[in-house]
Write a protein that binds this ligand. Structure first.
Ligand code: ADP
Ligand code: MG
Length: 723
């Protein structure tokens, strides 16, 4: 398996050190100062970083198909010489065409909008093409439309900093199972191949020893050693199984994916299983009596189970870090309310944080009402308070008069000092970062944290995002809920839409009309949009009591509008997405979403969740223009088809791809390099289970223990800090 050592000296330079994982990339053959800088900018500093740049796919170039054998619709790799090129324009779009020929025949290639190809596609050069031919619309026989292409003899390699013999290196690019890398930064796919193939072939036999995954772990995970895996992935042998390689299921891939997931999971296990000491909050008689007194309805089985999980944590002497996932309308608020009675009964404070003032106000009113019979003192702290009220609230919080505090991120301010905070609950937590969770924690000692979310993120992604948290799931809706009838309507069906609204009002119910938020840059535009829409609905529903709500209203007015809707005085609430999360008005039974094509799946699902909260049948209308666009249509169809947040989350992921979920949220690069949490979800779960078990029994001195708690782990998997 081990490649013969090569001469590692470069002309005019000192002896290159033996390559080790942590060796700087600048000592890699083919990397000069300029390329080293480019790699560094891309986060690639060491030999090992470089080796973790994996091929996107593999091509069997050992026996290429003759061009003559190309068939429509069948993806094939061919190689030939360019015999003609031309650049045309059709409706201002440049179209580059090239004819490629081998001994058996020729094929036309058409590239749309890629005029720059004329720089490298020169007559006489050899090119490898990969794609599925289609019948040419203009009767020209088969053609390849924008195939993957690789020019073999463009002289590019001669012009680089590489010290290897210039020119075509057929042994690397042809005649074998070749890895195909993605263009990344300024480096073309072919350069990556050369760089990595050469690097792999010069790795010393003992590279990667001692293996971070010790033998026991390799056995548990069922994986090969690191060096063997890297060779298999970057320099596959000719008898490698192409399908397994392309499906990322070769033994090399499995090792790299499982290693990555395992290292990730070990860090999470460290966080989850070595918890800091936490305040002990007992489910004492005081707590039980208060709970009995305030309970407005019998809890569902799921609510009881989750409360028990929380109570167990609060009593454990370790800090709780728990995620409560419950779809919209599953009844998270009452769970939070009852949980907060535990600190109160133990003479401690609890805080409930909401992402918007509308929601914070609503929670404040609900909690004050529900908890009044138990004599619990609830205080509100939001950005909306006048300075005198704020001062009074701060005093009550600091002196312990306030037992439960409800508010917005205003609670994170440094002048908010708690007398004895013991439990922090964050509602709709996808709106907050983990930083804030920790900030709240620092406002006391041994503070327990519960984050609640209805954001339908798929389970595997939840594991990656929130893997350091224990999770509870509310998977049961309160009794008596009827499904929300959801339909797609076009603007042109306005009369029918308005008629539906009229029927709901005639039954004494209330209606939401929502329009999308306009870009931040046009501050007044959404005010205009809401005002305009309110006027229109006023005309359509003469006599109905209509009010407008948007983010730019002064907060007092916002509160007043909302209160009037909650009391049932306002019948139709026209609003931007400020009501997206959490708002609970059971008498509202119709949700009309205007320009529904502009919302994402998660938002649509959240918005729809504002209705269907009471005893009455509810409806949701998604209104779009005649052609909402393909992706929007898929989103709308998904919402119409299902009310299950988890199903919708998977759909969303399917439509958008995992990149959007992890993507640019923080670092611009995905959380994982080898693994794909969607494709490899079983592996992620397997690695997590093995990591948890291992963490509980592994020897203290095992180097992975140190790694799991290190800054290196945080740097590598820092994105998991989202949430
Ligand atoms: P979410 O999980 O979306 O925050 P809420 O806590 O707002 O949901 O609850 C939705 C509605 O269901 C509220 O009106 C709440 O009072 C009601 N509810 C919650 N639990 C129950 C239950 N066990 N029985 C009856 N109604 C319930
Ligand atoms: Mg809620």
């Amino acid at each position: 398996m081990s490649a013969p050592p090569r001469d590692l000296r470069r002309p005019g330079s000192a002896v290159t050190p033996e390559l080790r994982p942590e060796t700087s990339v600048q000592f890699v053959r083919g990397v000069g100062p300029e390329r080293a800088r480019a790699l560094l900018a891309d986060g690639i500093a060491t030999v090992h970083d470089l080796l973790l740049v994996l091929p996107r796919r593999y091509e069997d170039r050992s026996n290429l198909a003759p061009i003559r054998t190309l068939r429509a619709g069948v993806r094939t790799t061919v190689c030939g010489r360019i015999v003609a090129v031309s650049l045309k324009r059709a409706r201002r779009m440049p179209i580059f065409e090239a004819v490629v020929e081998d001994a058996s025949g020729r094929i036309k290639c058409v590239f749309f909008g890629q005029a720059y190809l004329k720089e490298s596609f020169k007559v006489g050069r050899r090119v490898v093409l990969y794609g599925a031919p289609e019948w040419d619309r203009y009767g020209g026989g088969l053609a390849l439309h924008s195939p993957d292409s690789e020019i073999l003899d463009d002289g590019e390699e001669a012009a680089t900093e590489e010290t290897a013999a210039p020119g075509i290196d057929d042994a690397i690019h042809m005649g074998r199972l070749v890895p195909v890398y993605e263009k990344r930064g300024t480096l073309l796919p072919k350069i990556w191949r050369r760089l990595l193939t050469n690097l792999i072939r010069s790795l010393p036999g003992g590279y990667g020893e001692p293996d971070l995954l010790t033998e026991d772990l390799r056995t548990a995970l069922g994986v090969v050693g690191i060096r063997e895996a890297l060779v298999a992935v970057h320099d596959p042998s000719s008898d490698a199984d192409l399908a397994a390689m392309n499906g990322a299921r070769s033994r090399g891939h499995l090792r790299l994916i499982l290693e990555e997931f395992f290292l990730f999971a070990v860090g999470l296990a460290a966080k989850r299983l070595d918890r800091q000491p936490g305040v002990v909050l007992r489910a004492n008689d005081a707590a039980r009596t208060a709970a009995k007194r305030v309970l407005p309805f019998p809890l569902t089985g799921a609510q009881k189970r989750v409360l028990k999980e929380i109570a167990t944590d609060l009593e454990s002497g370790r800090e709780m870090s728990r995620l409560l996932q419950g779809d919209v309308g599953s009844g998270k608020t009452i769970v939070a309310t009852l949980a907060m009675l535990l600190p109160v009964a133990n003479e401690r404070q609890a805080v409930l944080v909401a992402p918007t003032e509308v929601l914070a106000d609503q929670h404040f009113l609900t909690l004050s009402r529900i908890l009044a019979p138990a004599g619990v003192r609830v205080t509100r702290l939001s950005g909306r308070l006048r300075s005198k009220e704020r001062k009074e609230a701060l005093r009550a919080i600091a002196e312990g008069d306030a037992q439960i505090i409800v508010g917005t991120h205003a609670l994170f301010e440094p002048d908010v000092v708690f007398k004895s905070l013991a439990l922090a609950i964050i509602d709709e937590q996808h709106r907050f970062g983990v930083i804030q969770r920790d900030e709240l924690r620092r406002k006391g000692e041994g503070v327990h944290a519960l984050v609640m979310t209805a954001t339908p993120i798929p389970r595997t992604l939840a594991l990656s995002f929130h893997g350091d948290l224990d999770t509870s799931v509310l998977d049961e809706k309160p009794p008596g809920r009827m499904p929300i009838r959801t339909s797609h309507r076009f603007d042109s069906q306005r009369a029918r839409i308005v008629e539906t609204a009229r029927q709901h009002l005639a039954q004494g119910r209330q209606v939401y009309v929502v329009c999308p938020l306009v870009e931040e840059s046009e501050k007044l535009a959404d005010v205009r949009a809401v005002t305009q829409l309110t006027r229109e609905w006023g005309n359509w529903l003469p006599g109905a009591r209509i009010a407008a709500l948007h983010g730019r209203l002064p907060s007092e007015e916002k509160g007043a509008v909302m209160d009037s809707f909650v009391r049932g005085e306002t019948q139709v609430l026209v609003s931007t997405t400020v009501i997206e999360v959490g708002v609970d008005v059971p008498n509202a039974t119709l949700m009309v979403i205007e320009q529904a094509e502009r919302f994402g799946i998660a938002q649509l699902h959240q918005l729809r969740g504002r209705v269907g909260r009471g005893r009455h049948a509810s409806e949701c209308l998604l209104v779009t223009r005649a052609y909402p666009g393909d992706e929007a249509k898929q989103r709308i169809d998904a919402i119409v088809a299902s009310e299950d947040g988890f199903f919708l989350a998977e759909k969303d992921l399917e439509i958008r791809g995992p990149g959007e979920f992890f993507g640019t949220r923080q670092s611009g690069r995905g959380l994982f390099q080898a693994g794909d949490p969607v494709r490899d979800r079983e592996l992620l779960i397997r690695a997590r289970d093995i990591a948890d078990a291992w963490w509980k029994t592994a020897p203290d001195a095992h180097p992975l223990r140190r790694y799991a708690r290190s800054g290196e782990w945080t740097r590598r998997f820092g994105l998991s800090q989202v949430g």
